[in-house]
Design a protein around this ligand. Structure first.
Ligand code: MEV
Length: 273
């Protein structure tokens, strides 16, 4: 019997630029060490929490596209990415393509969707180890990514000038985060995360309970931001947390009954074996 082929694709974390990236603003994203694999018999194994902003649906789209595209030993990443993007469109309506692109290529990416047919991205190699960053899962939101993207769009249609100005401020944060990652001794990550979170709150994509949780994290010396589509009525998916004291943060997560991950950033993109 032939051994089944397996494709493995990573989840992702958006360091900065969620939502605004749908409108052509840049985003800084990283592949992480939580992965999904699917074999040619249809078996799926995943460590990526589903529907929480860690790119589980994109990882599934990328891994299944890889199985379709693989020929011999060569994997054409461009083909995988564009097929996965089409699958994401079916699922989400109007995705930026950021999730499937980082799951395909891995590492850290600076990404920008100029138009439907021109999506620019560049792999970057951070000089700064981006230490002290963790991920806490607030739980699966009641709203889907498609619903959250549509929610921002309804606000955009009502008050374009206001939302454009929020997006422009997010772009400033994303650029500062890029500089932070590219500088050897960056120290502005906590402030950038805080600023990004306040901009996301002004878009209305963070729930009351998640805002409360983030204020509690800030009170004991951390900062945190939603890092996906967010969520309004219940939970808001995963949040990116900066804290200098890992032990304190993990203790806090445990007593608050929250899942916390010390994720690795900049991990490998899709591969087939
Ligand atoms: C979802 O991971 C990120 C959003 O910006 C949507 C998208 O980019 O397609 C909210």
């Amino acid at each position: 019997m032939q051994k089944p082929i397996t494709a493995s694709a990573p989840g992702k974390i958006i360091l900065s630029g969620e939502h605004s990236v749908v409108y052509g603003y840049p985003a800084l994203i990283s592949a992480i060490n939580l992965r999904l694999s699917i074999d040619s018999k249809g078996g799926i194994l995943s460590r990526i929490p589903i529907g929480c902003g860690m790119g589980s649906s994109a990882a599934l789209a990328v891994a299944s596209s890889a199985l379709k595209v693989i020929k011999g030993s060569g994997l054409n990443l461009e083909k995988v990415n564009s097929l996965a993007y089409e699958l994401e469109k079916k699922q989400h309506g109007n995705p930026s393509g950021v999730d499937n692109t980082v799951s395909t290529y891995g590492g850290f990416l600076w990404y920008r969707k100029e138009s439907e047919s021109l999506k620019l991205f560049k792999s970057i190699r951070p000089k700064n180890r981006l230490d002290n960053l963790y991920v806490i899962n607030t739980g699966r939101p009641l709203e889907s990514t498609a619903e959250m993207v549509a929610f921002v769009n309804s606000g955009y249609k009502k008050n374009k000038a206001k939302i454009e100005s929020v997006f422009k401020s997010i772009e400033q944060v994303a650029r500062a985060f890029l500089n932070e990652a590219l500088s050897k001794n960056g120290s502005s990550a906590p402030d950038l995360i805080k600023e990004n979170e306040s901009l996301l709150e002004s878009l209305g994509v963070v729930s009351e309970s998640t805002i409360g949780l983030i204020r509690r994290i800030e009170k004991f010396g951390g900062s945190a931001k939603v890092c996906g589509a967010g969520g309004i009525k219940g939970n808001s998916g995963v949040i990116l947390v900066f804290h200098k004291d890992k032990e304190k943060l993990f203790k806090f997560a445990k007593t608050s009954n929250l899942e916390v991950f010390a994720v690795k950033f900049g991990t490998k993109g899709v591969y087939v074996k």
